[in-house]
Design a binder for this molecule. Sequence first.
Ligand code: KG4
Ligand code: ZN
Length: 351
Amino acid sequence: MIILGIETSCDETAVGIVDDHHNILANVLYSQTKEHLPHGGVVPEIAARAHVHHLDHLIASALDQAKLEWSDIHGIAATCGPGLIGGVMVGMMTGKAIAAARHLPFIAVNHLEAHILTARLSHRVPFPYLTLLISGGHTQILLARGYGDYALLGESLDDAAGEAFDKSAKMMGLPYPGGPVVDRLARECADQVAATVRFPLPKPLVGRSGCDFSFAGLKTAMRQVIDALPAGPLDTPTLRDLCAALQTTIADILADRVNNAMMFAKDAQVKHFVLSGGVAANSQIRTRLTALATTHQMELVAPPIPLCTDNGVMIAWAGLEQLRERGPSALDTPARPRWPLMEQNQMKAAS
Ligand code: KG4
Ligand code: ZN
């Protein structure tokens, strides 16, 4: 079975093709960073227009890269939410139009579910597994017991981890998207411990029971720290220290909450811990959580970085699993700005 997947929920226009032997046959992507850079963040209207502009030729390139014809494709998957609604509609309507014209099954994919299933494509991770989903809009710890059988162990009560990176980066005058820039500058910091002493930041909920997160206080503290520095652009050593302090604090918060989840998961005989979502590209977070997994005798699985950040391959793979488990989606499936992953459990019950 070969599935083509379309991703347009944020600022990446992406198309992927996968087969049921876990092969990635095509992975093409247009990142809209250039378009949004002058605005310091994603502008939904600009994103939707850019998706319209780029999607058709990316679909053609994906078929070229895979050396396939339309007659070789068995289904079209597209992100139907959650995400910026204008962009979601572009990808979803394109997917539906192709499916209708080619008499192919259409598969409406939940973007969050696609993130957490990616490790099953890249590493063939079996259910059940514990997963930390850390993206621009979501921070959740889930137990994936089976396809469409997810238990939410904890989530952010306010901002997502990605937002903490992006908003703090903006305050420091760093370009959008902030996460990768903070990651690079933190790596350039000579003494990370000294940086956390120079800029102590709060770690809300750390040390408490449960697996929920809070990052809003961190953002406020960053504002206060930056306001206390001399006015004007920040010098490079200060930027490196600030980024190291921020990144270490976020890694500490994530590790503390994941530690609680791992204790629970170990009791439930869960062996794998999967990192998913764009923030999972972060070098310090990957290293930190790998060490934590080892202390719990769990195996950490982190998909390759280009499959952690938004891409079309993960949509194609989630579409493939969904088609296998539940069959195609209706062509009148709506585009949804909000679509909690837990609703996938109800869909399983209904099918
Ligand atoms: O999953 P994703 O590509 O899009 C969403 O579904 O939100 O995640 C985007 C987020 C952004 O907040 C971006 O700054 C963050 O992932 N990110 C990183 C890194 N690479 C991407 N955050 C920290 N370190 C990175 N290396
Ligand atoms: Zn994403």
